[in-house]
Write a new protein. Structure first.
Length: 115
């Protein structure tokens, strides 16, 4: 199961971070997720329930922040949202996007620790 292995590697990274900080309890793990990451938020949340069993993160919540798709538009010379998931054109001027800025994220954003 794809999402489960993703969750396990997130917990790996979080575990190293927690080690570095002297093993505090973690209230929540914040994750940034883009629509182009290939991972569905709901699937990730349910995989996390499984992944956290038998780890020090049993009581830790996973909080997913969804990142919108943002592209660089050469005509506007600016970062812009796209028209839709199917149409990667600048929402302002309709020019096809030349570069993806945000949308592929699947990354640990922050840990919320219990003081
Ligand atoms: Zn534009």
């Amino acid at each position: 199961m794809h999402e489960l292995s993703i969750c396990l590697s997130i917990l790996d990274v979080a575990g190293e971070e927690v080690d570095r900080r002297g093993n505090p309890q973690v209230e929540a793990i914040y994750l940034r997720l883009g629509p182009l990451s290939g991972v569905v938020k709901e699937a990730l949340l349910s995989a996390f329930e499984l992944a956290r069993e038998a780890t020090p993160f049993r009581c830790t919540r996973l909080v997913i922040e969804e990142v919108p798709i943002v592209v660089y538009c050469s005509k506007c010379d600016a970062e812009r949202p796209v028209r839709s998931m199917q149409d990667f054109s600048c929402a302002e001027c309709d020019t096809p996007a030349s570069k993806l800025i945000h949308g592929r994220e699947l990354e640990l954003a922050a840990l919320e620790l219990i003081e």
